[in-house]
Write a protein that binds this ligand. Structure first.
Ligand code: SAH
Ligand code: SF4
Ligand code: F3S
Length: 462
């Protein structure tokens, strides 16, 4: 049977979709090739969020199709968000591409693949975006076959997005919000746990919107903690049914979802990690309104204060867009101030990229590239200083680390993550293995990395 390789761009949701596709193909008898050069089929899972992300995937499929001269019979397919956005238009850009299958039609890949193996090219399937009442496709497959580093896993609980921030393409390529049933989510998390995953992240573009649309919480699943909102109930349910799953996370957060119930769930359910990725995007109220984010900087900072007051030691990370249309120097300075006040442990900074069909693409893209670059650099430097200060203050304290494997930078040392999702680097010990939990004392700190020594070792979970 033919061998396949999947190259993934984009966010964790794409990582998970690639795992699902990979499991589907393995179940049909295809062989996984870790190595792109040796594969008979190469599938590129693409992202559309910024122009650069699309350029990368387009460059990759173009290159692969041109390799057919020396690799006759090579099947090259495109899936994911860019496939959904471009549809058959991609064949004008990359003639010879075997297939283009969008996010809503990925379950059709196996049959399309058979046609492509028989030599057909230009096959396009983007499915239909039906309304929010349609149940989401359920994915019973789970991951966990990824080798020694696979101790963390993702489960999508909320598909799509209804927020429609003015700069964002995601609602166009992922459709309306659709929530999976709690039982189905549980089944998948359990599958991950049984395959050795010790740290599970529940995914949604705005994950606290889980259960808000076209959904009612099933009868027969009570809430011992008395939660009424579906997302805290989901957290309580998963944690209660899988008490030995030590770490549960969720992403991405939205400040409007930081309700009293959510904070109570984070504070009282011990398995929920003290970390939240809470994209701010901008610290200027004027820009936030033009982005249609649904909050102002004061409301954002209130959400941060509520989290810090109730969840001890919580790490908060964020996303920022610089150079949004009309962003002035004083708007930018507001962002710097709010970032400082929020005290982010880490930040991901992006230069605004107009996305076709979004409202912001019609606004004048009036911050020039050089200025976008400068603002990007300033925020990264601010973050480095902030990260260094925060991490240095942790030296001497104890932290619990989930061991992942040899450090990617220096194979003599190993690395893992703590509950705050910080990378921790340490000397390995005899008998160490991925999936162990270890108490460590922090001995040194960089802006994005902690260094630590083992205190005691707890056995890996059964
Ligand atoms: N659903 C998540 C984010 C998904 S996209 C959320 O709302 O938090 C990941 C990040 O990409 C966003 O947080 C934003 O910072 C960035 N992004 C999205 N569209 C962008 C664009 N057009 N230009 C630049 N950055 C963008
Ligand atoms: Fe995009 Fe906004 Fe939805 Fe996030 S919440 S995916 S930024 S529209
Ligand atoms: Fe990109 Fe699609 Fe994720 S556009 S960020 S891969 S949802």
């Amino acid at each position: 049977m033919a061998s396949f390789h999947i190259k993934t761009y984009g966010c964790q949701m794409n990582v998970r979709d690639s795992e699902v596709l990979s499991n589907r193909l393995l179940a049909l008898g295809y062989r996984l090739s870790e190595n792109e050069e040796a594969a008979d089929i190469i599938i590129v899972n693409s992202c559309s969020v910024r122009g650069k992300a699309e350029d990368k995937a387009l460059g990759k499929i173009g290159l692969l199709c041109s390799e057919r001269r020396i690799r006759p019979g090579l099947v090259v397919g495109l899936v994911g968000c860019m496939a959904q956005r471009l549809g058959s238009g991609v064949f004008n850009k990359v003639p010879g591409l075997s297939f283009c299958v969008g996010t809503r039609a990925e379950h059709l890949v196996p049959e399309i693949l058979e046609r492509a193996i028989n030599g057909e090219t230009g096959i396009c399937e983007t499915g239909e975006f039906t309304d929010s009442g349609t149940p989401p496709p359920e994915h019973p497959e789970f991951s966990g076959s990824g080798g020694c580093r696979a101790v963390t896993g993702f489960v999508t609980v909320l598909l799509g997005c209804d927020r429609r921030c003015t700069y964002c393409i995601v609602p166009d390529v992922r459709g309306h919000e659709r929530s999976r049933s709690p039982q189905n989510v549980l089944e998948e998390v359990r599958g991950l746990y049984e395959s050795g995953i010790r740290d599970v992240t529940l995914l949604g573009q705005s994950v606290m919107n889980y259960g808000k649309r076209g959904f009612s919480w099933p009868d027969g699943i009570p809430s011992p903690g008395g939660y009424n909102e579906p997302f805290p109930r989901l957290l309580e349910y998963i944690a209660g049914m899988l008490p030995s799953l030590k770490r549960i996370r969720f992403t991405s957060g939205h400040p409007c979802g930081v309700t009293d119930e959510l904070v109570r769930a984070m504070a009282s359910i011990p398995q929920i990690c003290p970390h939240l990725h809470l994209p701010l995007q901008s610290g200027s109220d004027r820009v936030l309104a033009r982005m249609r984010r649904g909050y102002n900087s004061g409301e954002y900072l209130n959400a941060v204060s509520k989290l810090r007051a109730n969840v001890p030691g919580i790490a908060i990370t964020t996303d920022i867009i610089v150079g949004f249309p009309g962003e002035t120097e004083s708007d930018f300075e507001c962002t710097r101030r709010v970032m400082d006040e929020a005290g982010f442990d880490n930040s991901f900074i992006f230069k605004f990229s107009p996305r076709p069909g979004t409202p912001a693409a019609l606004m004048p893209d009036d911050v020039d590239e050089e200025e976008k670059l400068r603002r990007n650099k300033v925020l990264l430097e601010d973050q480095d200083k902030r990260g260094q200060t925060i991490n240095s203050s942790l030296i001497g304290s104890e932290t619990n680390v989930l061991v992942e494997g040899p450090s990617l930078r220096n194979g003599n040392r190993w690395s893992g993550r703590n509950g705050q999702n910080k990378i921790v680097v340490f000397e390995p010990w005899d008998g160490i293995s991925a999936g162990d939990f270890a108490d460590m004392v922090i001995t040194d700190a960089h802006p994005q990395t902690l260094f630590a020594e083992r205190v005691t070792v707890k056995a890996g979970c059964p």
